[in-house]
Each structure stands twice: as structure tokens, then as C-alpha cells.
Ligand binder design. Structure first.
Ligand SMILES: [Zn+2]
Ligand SMILES: [Zn+2]
Length: 259
């Protein structure tokens, strides 16, 4: 499996607009973070997780040239506002809709924002089209099973995803935007090769894991490697690398991880 971190920033990205007190070193490009989204290649399938507002630029800079399935973790703007740019991938599929999987909350949000795209074929060539699918406990795709779980994130529940590639037996957990990783999610991820965790900042936050909370989850799950995402400007790449054990790394935009 391969995981490409397209974006690793919180809802305002780093640097923030009209803000001059960034705590991270902006001379280090690893601290420039677009909004959080990721691309997984498993059993040859290209699975896109979320579409940040910078989705088009993320696809270009990371050479994303194919998307077979789209999974939306939840309907917050920093995860959903790039979906119109899926139009290019509909075009490639001979103008047929792209399958979008999410919770009720996520699908309702997509329908509210993109009413012109909820159809089996794009209205005109070059338009986007989304086929909405309510995701169940598992999503079976050829050669890969995706187990799903729900995690608390303020007033909503966010989809946690555990990818299991049949051919290699490798497992990868992707848990962004959560205040807690409940027991089902911890069990699913136990001993997985790669774990991705929300680690917003050092200080307590009502809807996201802090660095210490993320480290505790990682230790309990015993993942071989853990990558931190959805980070604010408080999180400096070099400082974190010095402080953290070698199997836990802050992710950065453009990082590619293979299992
Ligand atoms: Zn969110
Ligand atoms: Zn978010």
C-alpha cells in the first residue's frame, strides 16, 4: 500500500492569512500545510480521502492522475470544499459519476453544497457527478477491505478508516479530526503497519486530539509507524522530530509512505 499525504494542516492551513506570530519555522517547507486530505493506493486502486480546498493544487503537485473511489470522513469545509475538482476524474471515467462514500452527515453536506453534481452522469462534459453511497461497517473493494468506525469530533461523528490490503495483509489506519479514538477504532488499528492520527497542537482542544493524546493512542495501539496530521502552526517539524521516538513522525504535505 502507499499513502500520500496531500495536506496535513488544520482548517486555516499554515501559514494563516494575515497572521504574524507563527510558532513554527516558515523557512522550512515541511511546515507549510494545506488542509488535510490523503490518497491511498491499495491493491492497485486509487482511493481519495477528503478533498481540501487546495485539492486541485494538491493533485497537480503530487501527480495524482486517477481516483477510483472517494471517501469523505465528515462534512467540514476543510475536507469537502475541493470536491468540485473531482470533475477531472469524472471526465477520465468517460463521463460517469464517481462513487462517494460517507456517513449520513457527510452525504447530506455533499448534497447541500453540490446539488448540481448528484447524478449518474455529468450534466455537461467536464462537469462533476457524484453517486452517493452510505458507507457501512466495511466497504469491500477488489483486493482491499476498508473497515469503518466512528469517532467523536464536537457535534459530529467522523469516519475512521482501516485499510486492509488482502495481497500483502498490510493494514493502515487513517484517523483524522477526532477528540478521542474509541475502543472499536483502537481494536481495528491494533498492531497495524501504519497509523495516521489527528494531533492538532500541544494545548487542549475541545474537538481534536492534542499531541500527548495522540501519543497515548499510538502507544496503546502499538502501530509499527505513526504519522501525525491536521496540525496548527504550533507544531514545528524539526522540533517534533527531535522530541518524538523514531517510529512517530509528523507528516508533511507530499510525504509518501509505503507499507
Ligand atoms: Zn473537522
Ligand atoms: Zn479538519
Amino acid at each position: 500500500m502507499e499513502l500520500i499525504f496531500l495536506g496535513t494542516g488544520t482548517s486555516q492551513g499554515v501559514p494563516m492569512i494575515a497572521f504574524h506570530e507563527h510558532k513554527c519555522d516558515l523557512n522550512n517547507p515541511k511546515n507549510w500545510r494545506t488542509r488535510t486530505s490523503a490518497h491511498v493506493i491499495a491493491a492497485g486502486l486509487h482511493i481519495q480521502i477528503d478533498a481540501a480546498p487546495e485539492f486541485r493544487l494538491q493533485c497537480i503537485s503530487n501527480k495524482i492522475e486517477k481516483i477510483d473511489y472517494f471517501i469523505l470522513t465528515h462534512g467540514h469545509s476543510d475536507h469537502v470544499m475541493g470536491m468540485d475538482d473531482l470533475r477531472r476524474f469524472c471526465d477520465q471515467r468517460d463521463s460517469s459519476a464517481i462513487d462517494v462514500y460517507s456517513t449520513d452527515e457527510g452525504l447530506n453536506r455533499v448534497a447541500e453544497i453540490y446539488p448540481y453534481a448528484i447524478m449518474d452522469k455529468p450534466r455537461y462534459k467536464g462537469y462533476p457527478a457524484f453517486r452517493l453511497n452510505l458507507i457501512g461497517d466495511t466497504l469491500e473493494l477488489p483486493g482491499v477491505t476498508i473497515h469503518t468506525t466512528l469517532m467523536p469530533h464536537g457535534s459530529l461523528q467522523v469516519l475512521g478508516l482501516l485499510f486492509h490490503e488482502h495481497g500483502t495483509g498490510h493494514r493502515l489506519a487513517y484517523y483524522t479530526d477526532c477528540k478521542d479514538v474509541p475502543s472499536r477504532a483502537r481494536k481495528l488499528a491494533h498492531g497495524c503497519e501504519v497509523m495516521v492520527l489527528d494531533a492538532l497542537r500541544y494545548e487542549e482542544h475541545p474537538t481534536h486530539l492534542t499531541l500527548n493524546e495522540a501519543l497515548a493512542v499510538s502507544a496503546e495501539c502499538g502501530a509499527q509507524r505513526t504519522f501525525l496530521t491536521h496540525m496548527t502552526h504550533h507544531m514545528d517539524y524539526d522540533v517534533l522530530c527531535k522530541r518524538l521516538p523514531a517510529h512517530i513522525r509528523p507528516a508533511y504535505d507530499g510525504l509518501r509512505v509505503s507499507t
